[in-house]
Design a protein around this ligand. Structure first.
Ligand SMILES: [Zn+2]
Length: 325
């Protein structure tokens, strides 16, 4: 047990250093053979399992005599525990689990509105994939890789596939984007954030990235945003990017990041677009267009990508337009 405490301490340090996350409510319960057998009988749990996490009780329960005690603890306590406590998807799962029929909601494929958050096709796979990924990562970083490999060799195809999917996603998205996409509010390194976001966009856009002239973080200037070097505040705001490019004008929403992309020719052609008609209390009035009022204050925002001359060019263009209007 002394050894176990040391390993738990190491795992806590890894989680803190890697993600600046903590477990606050989750409990780790190690059950004797007798208690474990009673638990699986009572709750009709698969006999081959040696660990579970019960979201509504914030409890990771593992079987004391399990050959894979350490990986089971990493999986259930750290993996599921961190997800339920800290991820917005986890919190959603917890809400659902308090009501009846949780299986119907978390196992089914996500619908169109739900697809922009998470990595997998169902909430369950986000929850399970993350726990598998944490389990392997912690085993590797705490010197328990050998026992992990043995456990892994007993996995079915589905589990192996899910873990590989998460590992590939991590390699593509990198830490900041990967964790944000899974609904975690991750502490970021300001210098790395820029590189990781640009890298992420390059992967999303492929060849179309070459058409991008300017990327701005729209809500960077707000104080409550980027608090403590974290992206989200309590109101779950998204990272809001504006892109000016030669691509088509469109909007994307990935749950944690929202992108408004505007074609540069459309900006050049703004004439009456500076004002838009809005309905208010049954009558119409003119209002400065949201996009124009934003561009007017361009200098206040954080330029993520693109050069200052292009910003000046845009500003000048819009100033001239206001004068001729
Ligand atoms: Zn699990």
């Amino acid at each position: 047990m002394e050894n176990l405490e040391k390993i738990l301490g190491q795992a806590y340090s890894v989680i803190k250093a890697e993600f600046d996350l903590e477990l606050k409510d989750s409990k780790l319960l190690i059950y004797s053979r007798e208690d474990w057998l009673e638990l699986i009988k009572e709750h009709n749990i698969d006999k081959n399992r040696e660990g579970i996490y019960v979201p509504e009780e914030y409890s990771a329960i593992v079987y004391e005599k399990s050959k894979f005690l350490i990986p089971e603890i990493f999986h259930n306590f750290f993996g599921h525990g961190l997800f339920i406590e800290n991820s917005r998807i986890g919190k959603k799962i917890l809400e659902i689990s308090k009501k009846a029929k949780i299986e119907d909601v978390i196992y089914r494929e996500k619908d169109e509105n739900e697809k922009n958050i998470g990595i997998a096709s169902s909430y369950y796979n986000d929850y399970e994939g993350f726990a598998l990924w944490i389990e392997e990562m912690l085993c590797s970083k705490t010197g328990n890789y050998k026992i992990w490999q043995e456990k892994y060799s007993r996995f079915g195809e589905e589990e192996k596939e899910l873990l590989n999917f998460f590992k590939n996603s991590y390699n593509i998205l990198q830490k900041f984007v990967f964790m944000s996409q899974l609904g975690f509010n991750v502490k970021y390194n300001p210098l790395k954030l820029r590189l990781e976001l640009i890298d992420y966009l390059k992967k999303q856009y492929g060849n179309f990235f070459e058409n991008i002239k300017l990327i701005i973080i729209k809500n960077f200037s707000e104080n409550k945003f980027f608090k403590d070097n974290k992206i989200f505040d309590d109101s779950n705001k998204k990272l809001d990017l504006l892109i000016v490019s030669k691509n088509q004008t469109k909007k994307y929403d990935f749950g944690w990041i929202e992108i408004s992309e505007i074609n540069e020719n459309e900006i050049k052609n703004i004439t009456c677009g500076i004002f838009e008609k809005v309905e208010e209390g049954g009558s119409w009035r003119s209002r400065e267009s949201e996009f124009y009022s934003f561009l007017k204050r361009l200098g206040e925002y954080k330029i993520l990508y693109g050069n200052k001359d292009y910003v000046e060019e845009l500003k000048e263009l819009l100033t001239n337009k206001t004068q001729t209007f």
